[in-house]
Design a protein around this ligand. Structure first.
Ligand code: NPG
Length: 368
């Protein structure tokens, strides 16, 4: 069970269509994979950071730098997952960088033990209900067409990205076109201020599952005021970076639902802790997405199979994002995606595909 080296791999993949949010447009993914190589197994992790620090302060080149300088040196030949996590905890923040290394180690150690990540985390479901996130479209007609396509595909919940000027009318148009029974929610990616409370209250008539991250990441308390004026449940994403923040947010009433993204909270173990806290308190959670390829998607599905994930996640099929994924593609079947049940994350990159997308590989030897 000796770890020999850590590989840092950079790669690139185009999205099937541009994805617009209130903070910018993503047209491709600038990928960073971490691979743990040992005597008996290997493990893969995918970093969720984007090219630029627009969603949060982390960005992919910064994550690579932190991994090289601070995090990879936490790994020794005989490290355990616990010893690496303890060593990494001296360094503040940098959740996405930590999560990428943690994911690769978890995959590695699960494979060594011959168990799936899903069972290691305590999964209780063999498939998870799948929602889809719809980027901001140039016109209402374009939006209705995109939503119609996803409903035809079988997605069980639609999430609309919104921003000031493209919000209430968009939601109204979708409700009018597709009816009130469809599960619908919105995501503002921090585009509003607490002063917009009366405006956002106009969304209440559309019976949304939730409004996600209406206010800036740091304005946790603003949500308490917002919740007094808006009936739609508030769900937090960007704001929730640790179990402590999650507990505080729930205690003060800043949110009643949490979007759990392992990359945003420093890994799957922290994500599980947040899940457990919410489960104990009866707070619904769902698994977010960061346009992951099959490596990150497989691990997210394992997490989303825990019992507290009672709302459909942004765990869509591979073809919603990419023409050709780096693993066997994840497919939607009657609104669900199967949770991989092989050892570790249960999938591996297809070498010929990944190599074609790869721009650089660095292998760092691990000290004994
Ligand atoms: O299905 O993977 C997906 C995308 C889901 O909307 C989604 N992600 O804010 O949650 C988000 C958003 C995002 C996209 C965040 C790109 C950062 C970059």
């Amino acid at each position: 069970m000796t770890i020999r080296s850590i590989e840092i791999r950079r790669a690139h993949i185009e999205l099937v269509a541009p994805f617009q949010t209130s903070f910018g447009v993503e047209t491709d993914r600038n990928l960073l994979y971490v691979r743990v190589l040992g005597d008996d197994a290997e493990g893969w992790g995918e970093c969720v950071a984007m090219t630029d620090p627009l969603y949060s302060s982390e960005y992919v080149d910064g994550c690579e730098d932190v991994l090289r300088r601070y995090l990879v040196p936490c790994v020794h030949a005989n490290s355990t997952l616990e010893s690496v996590m303890a060593a990494m905890s001296s360094f503040r923040g940098n959740y996405m960088a930590k999560a990428a290394l943690e994911a690769a180690l978890l995959d590695y150690f699960c494979r060594v033990d011959g168990v799936s990540l899903a069972s290691r985390l305590g999964a209780t479901q063999s498939r998870v209900a799948s929602g889809v996130s719809v980027g901001i479209q140039p016109t209402i007609d374009a939006l209705l067409e995109v939503v119609a396509g996803y409903l035809r595909d079988g997605y069980v919940r639609i999430k609309l990205k919104i921003e000031p000027g493209r919000d209430v009318e968009r939601v109204r148009a979708v409700r009018e076109a597709f009816g009130n029974s469809m599960l619908l929610q919105v995501d503002a990616n921090a585009a509003y201020r607490v002063e917009d409370a009366r405006h956002l209250a106009q969304l209440d008539e559309f019976d949304l599952l939730l409004i996600e991250q209406p206010l800036p990441e740091e304005d946790l308390v603003g949500n308490v005021e917002l919740a007094r004026q808006v009936r739609t449940p508030i769900c937090l994403d960007e704001s929730i970076t640790t179990i402590e923040v999650a507990r505080g947010a729930l205690d003060i009433g800043a949110c009643s639902i949490i979007n759990i993204k392992p990359g945003r909270v420093g890994g799957y173990l922290e994500a599980k802790k947040i899940h457990d806290l919410c489960f104990e308190r009866g707070v619904p959670v769902w698994c977010g997405g960061m346009l992951e390829t099959g490596i990150g998607r497989a691990a997210n599905l394992a997490l989303a199979a825990l019992p507290g994930f009672t709302l459909p996640g942004d765990t869509s099929a591979s073809k919603r994002y990419f023409t050709r994924d780096v693993t066997e593609p994840f497919e939607l079947r009657e609104g669900y995606i199967d949770v991989p049940n092989g050892p570790g994350i249960g999938v591996a990159p297809i070498a010929a595909i990944l190599d074609e997308m790869t721009s650089r590989i660095d292998t760092i030897a691990v000290p004994s």
